[in-house]
Design a protein around this ligand. Structure first.
Ligand code: NCD
Ligand code: ZN
Ligand code: ZN
Length: 457
């Protein structure tokens, strides 16, 4: 047998533990996991001595801004950043201009992204009160999940958000019928609007005012409303970027009742607390906002206990000039920070610190996400027959994050510049092809493939 790629002498992360073996990939799939002399010959070989071969990591939550705001990021730069950070597959959010909330917008986004992507990609379909009738068509185009906000200040909010509980239930009902997960940015509109009004009336413009405008109670109320809708409709709920102890408690209770809910958090909520807002100003303006130590500790506990299922970067690039506007008036800056390239090294540092195990990291950044998106076991696991995408890591290398070395266009907005980390991806392999090697992008535009949702029935 001849293979396209042979990963030699690596430590292979398998469901049975880490084993020393070679992996052969042919025609995009893993054809053999074995030791010499049982490994096939190959066109290309990578020596993985001392490195660990993980199933290809997946980032379930990115905003690549393409189409519409490509000055902030585009599918090429965003996916280069993904490859550099060891991410083999991204799921891109629909808050584009125009939003990915109609069949036409969806199709043209697929075409555009296909011509630029260096890593594989899935696309969310936007869902709001004014495009409920598009849901069937969007599912047919292969959207990986629906995405809705419960509060969004955007000219397109009616195509991306629902405020009313009945409408929320209607969307969940449709998602359930279409056998698609529904991902929600869970922060309640009324609570945010009331708090914002009061803060603005007292002339608050400092960075903490934004934080105060989105209290934990807004997340709690929204999470409760979503769980109620999931319970009523049987829909699979994916709660994006959870930040609070209270929300996590609700998820825990819902899981014990058998409600189909999966929870995500992000590296910035695990590593930064609200005091960073004073230091970083508008750069740390993110929705939901950074929280206190108590909430952060609860997130780590939930992560260890399995009540948080996934870690996504919520890679949300913005222009430095826009962020700077917020330094004198926080309401003028957009929310979000660009993290896709540093998620893995930040989380590997926690593995090295003994805060979490490597197995848990793989579940959170690959296996569970593949399960939520119905891509498992073709992805999210290293086994014969699965897709030959891998994240090869060096767990021992220590270095400093340098914002100026990043591939994202939003490198000047990097929150973790100068942080010391231990562990990083040395290779990102996409279906047997090298997308990144030792920090250098080796894949070209178009290597990444559109990955539609596989229907389970
Ligand atoms: C995101 C963005 O900029 O698109 N911003 C953010 O603060 N997280 C939107 C979002 O994830 O809600
Ligand atoms: Zn969000
Ligand atoms: Zn987001």
């Amino acid at each position: 047998m001849q293979a396209d790629l042979l990963l030699k002498n690596g430590l292979v992360f398998t469901p049975k533990g880490i084993i020393e073996a070679d992996i052969a990939v042919n025609e995009e799939k893993i054809v053999k996991i074995a030791k010499e002399p049982n490994t096939p010959k190959s066109e290309k070989t990578i020596d993985c001595r001392g490195k660990i071969i993980l199933p290809g990591l997946i980032d379930p939550h990115v905003h690549f801004r393409d189409p519409g705001e490509t000055e902030k990021e585009d599918f090429y730069t965003g996916s280069c950043a993904a490859a550099a950070g060891g991410i083999t597959l991204v799921a891109d959010m629909p808050n584009n201009q125009p939003p990915t909330s109609t069949v036409n917008a969806f199709k043209s986004k697929v075409d555009e992204a296909r011509s630029k992507a260096v890593v594989d990609f899935c696309l969310y379909a936007g869902c709001g009160s004014k495009n409920i009738s598009e849901m069937v068509g969007l599912a047919g185009e292969g959207a990986i999940a629906f995405k809705t906000w419960m509060y969004l200040s955007s000219p397109y909010s009616s195509l991306l958000s629902v405020r009313d509980q009945e409408e929320l239930i209607q969307i969940f009902t449709n998602a359930s019928r279409l056998d698609m997960p529904i991902a929600v940015h869970a922060e309640d509109a009324e609570i945010i609007e009331q708090a914002t009004k009061l803060l603005k009336a007292s002339s608050r413009k400092d960075p903490l005012a934004h934080h105060e405008s989105r209290p934990a109670s807004a997340e709690l109320k929204a999470v409760r409303r979503c769980l109620e809708a999931a319970k009523k409709t049987g829909a699979t709920l994916y709660l994006l970027h959870l930040t609070t102890k209270d929300a996590v408690e609700e998820v825990k209770a819902a899981k014990s009742l058998g409600i189909k809910v999966f929870a995500e958090t992000c590296p910035h909520y695990l590593l930064l607390t609200e005091d960073y807002i004073l230091q970083l100003g508008a750069y740390a303006k993110i929705n939901p906002p950074l929280r206190g130590k108590d909430d952060q500790e609860a997130l780590w506990r939930a992560l260890a206990e399995g009540f948080i299922d996934c870690v996504g970067s919520d890679h949300a690039p913005h222009l430095k000039s826009e962020k700077e506007l917020g330094q004198s008036d926080i309401w003028c800056a957009p929310s979000g920070a660009p993290n896709i390239e540093v998620s893995l090294p930040l989380m590997l540092t926690k593995v090295n610190d003994g805060v979490m195990t490597l197995s848990r990291l793989v579940e959170l950044m690959s296996t569970n996400i593949a399960k939520v998106f119905n891509l498992y076991p073709m992805r999210g696991i290293v086994c014969e027959g699965a897709i030959g995408s891998f994240t090869i890591i060096d767990l021992k290398v220590e270095y400093k994050i340098r914002a100026d070395k990043l591939y994202t266009k939003a490198r000047e907005c990097m929150l973790f510049d100068g942080w010391r980390v231990k562990g990083r991806a040395t290779h990102t392999i996409i279906r047997g092809a090298v997308a990144m090697e030792e920090g250098v992008i080796a894949g070209s535009r178009g290597l990444g493939r559109f990955t539609p949702r596989r229907l389970s029935r």
